[in-house]
Design a binder for this molecule. Structure first.
Ligand code: HEM
Ligand SMILES: *[C@@H]1O[C@H](CO)[C@@H](O)[C@H](O)[C@H]1NC(C)=O
Ligand SMILES: *[C@@H]1O[C@H](CO)[C@@H](O)[C@H](O)[C@H]1NC(C)=O
Ligand SMILES: *[C@@H]1O[C@H](CO)[C@@H](O)[C@H](O)[C@H]1NC(C)=O
Ligand SMILES: *[C@@H]1O[C@H](CO)[C@@H](O)[C@H](O)[C@H]1NC(C)=O
Ligand SMILES: *[C@@H]1O[C@H](CO)[C@@H](O)[C@H](O)[C@H]1NC(C)=O
Ligand SMILES: *[C@@H]1O[C@H](CO)[C@@H](O)[C@H](O)[C@H]1NC(C)=O
Ligand SMILES: *[C@@H]1O[C@H](CO)[C@@H](O)[C@H](O)[C@H]1NC(C)=O
Ligand SMILES: *[C@@H]1O[C@H](CO)[C@@H](O)[C@H](O)[C@H]1NC(C)=O
Length: 536
């Protein structure tokens, strides 16, 4: 560790920086912005690695399925009562004729492992649309968050190919989407993908097979306005225009609903793109009255990732992790000329401690994602004396010190240390359940006054016929062990967490002092028996 006298706290980051760490939406930021490179979370983005990617399943185009699913969930919004909309109620509506086919269920399967206590299925459906249209058309749709998941089916009424124009218009109107919005939204959606013979043999003529699919336009893997141009110049093969049974020609009816006025405007590609972005944004904003959406997600400019803050038996504290620095051109940062470090608060006001961070080397120490956002990574690891444990830090990048958006630092709990190395998970096939053992080192200063440390574990339960797991929080009291180190006492808890929870999250709670959203997925120790949960 280097003690430095030259750190100036006068040079603080601009106050326009609004990201505050930690954020409820850090995981969604990872999913959207870290698609490639040193650290990536490809859980969602790998499935739309290209716009036509379909995981080698015949006839499947994931991006198209995701856009369609978001539409089917949203369009049953009722603007008068402010109910329905994008609330993941589609998970309870799969058996309706209007939701026919495997596509919507596939989408729920695709997002299911990302659903957790901070990321609702409805927010993930919004994210999956944002990701798809970025991949397919370089479109930028603001991602507002905070949706809650419905617990039961909503109203019916997603228009089908045979639905008459008046009924279709009324459905969109009820959802607050007027005629031009309706036409635009369908032109934007029906620019990718097509109609499957297996789901719609009445629309796709001839023998039925899984791979047989008629595209809406000649560029089914690009979200562009070819669907509009081909319609207007009468070269289209759109199956919802060319059906010999005119009842099934919904696109034909809708595109001509205002005598082609909207379609003619969409001939300009830049206008088409901006209109699609705007109307997709409105569609994702159709949420029930009890939901307040956030401002659009922006990539965090500077973000710490703490991997370890734990006590060793010799009384030292290991502090390690990574720093992510946004280097997308708008930041003005030169990725080849960056230094980063962690600045610990000074104990007596005269000196600050600086922990250097090294530029990561794997894959160039770079990650990228959503519309060419780019990030440089730094790694740090430091052994501290337990008496030097701290509860917040600043981050220095080149000569600027960042204090977490003016909040006075990046907070970290020095009184409740999560002992990952002494925690464990295991799966018991016979009992068909997972076991979680958690150890924490808790500062003596917190204990007393009847405070009972506990863990709050999120159990993921499979629901028959539904890919979206049910999340239930369970509180388990921690037990004081006889072991102590420095000014900390070890506490443990163990619990069975159902068969589907090997990768879930939990909180450590000691009165008002918490460590939240700890992921069990990074625990590498297996619990061989419950006794092993004890500190070693
Ligand atoms: C009156 C309104 C609409 C009707 C009647 C309609 C009808 C259809 C039909 C019959 C299919 C074929 C499904 C299949 O065989 O898998 C389809 C596919 C699709 N729809 Fe729509 N749609 C409408 C509006 C929209 C809107 C507003 C969007 C997007 C915002 C959208 C996005 C899509 C996409 C992306 C596909 C392709 C799915 C794939 O390739 O797997 N649709 N639509
Ligand atoms: C709209 O455009 C289509 C395709 O070019 C054409 O067949 C139709 O006659 C047009 N309708 C009107 C009212 O202009
Ligand atoms: C438009 O194309 C269809 C199908 O190729 C054709 O039957 C029709 O005559 C064309 N209409 C015009 C106005 O050219
Ligand atoms: C056209 O499609 C509609 C809706 O599926 C159906 O009721 C009708 O019988 C069809 N007409 C013909 C001639 O096949
Ligand atoms: C204390 O233990 C940690 C972790 O095992 C080790 O890295 C560190 O060097 C030790 N410190 C001392 C002073 O022995
Ligand atoms: C402040 O801390 C530094 C380093 O820990 C120490 O050298 C110095 O004597 C301290 N000053 C006071 C006034 O305590
Ligand atoms: C940690 O600091 C305490 C108090 O300053 C000191 O007594 C102890 O020897 C230090 N331990 C180590 C491992 O440096
Ligand atoms: C690197 O950044 C420093 C400021 O942090 C600046 O003074 C220096 O000119 C830069 N060097 C290059 C080669 O850009
Ligand atoms: C959706 O998938 C689940 C899980 O495979 C299955 O049990 C359910 O029947 C499917 N629902 C529909 C409507 O296909």
């Amino acid at each position: 560790m280097r003690k430095s006298l030259i750190i100036s706290f006068a040079l603080l980051a601009p106050s326009s920086q609004t990201y505050i760490w930690p954020s409820q939406h850090d995981q969604l930021d990872d999913l959207l912005y870290l698609q490639f490179g040193y650290i990536k979370d490809g859980t969602l983005s790998d499935q739309v690695a290209t716009c036509d990617f379909g995981a080698k399943q015949p006839g499947i185009q994931k991006a198209a399925e995701w856009v369609r699913t978001a539409f089917h969930d949203s369009v049953t919004y009722d603007a008068a009562t402010k109910t329905g909309g994008l609330d993941a109620s589609v998970q309870y509506e799969l058996d309706r004729p209007e939701n026919l086919g495997a596509a919507l269920n596939n989408t729920l399967a695709d997002i299911s492992s990302s659903v957790n206590i901070r990321s609702s299925a409805a927010d993930l459906l919004a994210l999956s649309l944002v990701m798809s249209v970025a991949r397919c058309g370089k479109m930028r749709v603001p991602l507002r968050l905070g949706r809650k998941d419905a617990t039961e089916a909503g109203i019916k009424g997603v228009p089908e190919a045979h639905t008459d124009l008046a009924t279709t218009r009324k459905r969109f109107e009820t959802a607050s989407l007027h005629e031009a919005d309706m036409i635009t939204l369908i032109a934007c959606g029906h620019s990718i993908g097509g109609v499957h013979s297996i789901d719609h043999p009445e629309i796709v003529p001839g023998a039925v097979s899984a791979e047989k699919k008629l595209s809406f336009d000649l560029t089914k893997g690009v979200l562009d306005n070819a669907v509009v141009l081909e319609y207007l110049d009468n070269s289209t093969s759109n199956p919802l225009i060319r059906n010999t049974n005119d009842t099934l020609n919904s696109d034909k009816r809708i595109f001509a609903a205002d005598d082609n006025a909207t379609m003619k405007k969409l001939v300009d590609p830049a206008y088409f793109k901006s209109q699609c972005e705007a109307v997709f944004e409105r569609m994702l904003s159709l949420v029930p009255v009890e939901v307040t959406l956030t401002e659009p997600l922006e990539p965090a400019d500077i973000r710490p990732y703490i991997t370890t803050y734990q006590l060793a038996s010799n009384g030292s504290v290991q502090f390690s992790g990574r720093l992510r620095v946004r280097v997308t051109p708008v930041t003005g940062r030169d990725q080849n000329n960056l230094t980063a470090s962690i600045i610990l608060p000074s104990r007596n006001g005269s000196q600050a401690t600086e922990i250097p961070a090294r530029r990561a080397t794997y894959k160039g120490g770079m990650s990228s994602g959503y519309l060419d956002e780019a990030f440089s990574w730094f790694e740090f690891s430091q052994i501290l004396n337990a008496s030097e444990a701290f509860s917040s830090f600043n981050i220095r990048v080149n000569d600027i010190t960042y204090d977490n958006g003016g909040t006075g630092g990046y907070p970290i709990n020095r009184d409740v240390l999560y002992q990952e190395a002494q925690s464990c998970v295991s799966f018991d096939a016979a009992a068909n359940q997972d076991t979680l053992g958690v150890t924490a080192a808790i500062s003596k200063s917190l204990l007393g006054g009847g405070i009972a440390p506990q863990i709050r574990v999120v159990q993921r339960t499979k629901v028959q016929g539904n890919f979206i797991p049910r999340l239930k929080q369970v509180v388990v009291q921690m037990v004081r062990s006889s072991e102590e180190t420095a000014d900390y006492v070890y506490y443990t808890a163990s619990t069975t967490i159902g068969a589907d929870s090997l990768s879930t999250t939990f909180d450590l709670e000691v009165g008002e002092s918490n460590v939240e959203f700890i992921n069990t997925g990074s625990i590498s120790v297996r619990c061989t028996s419950l006794k092993d949960v004890k500190r070693t």
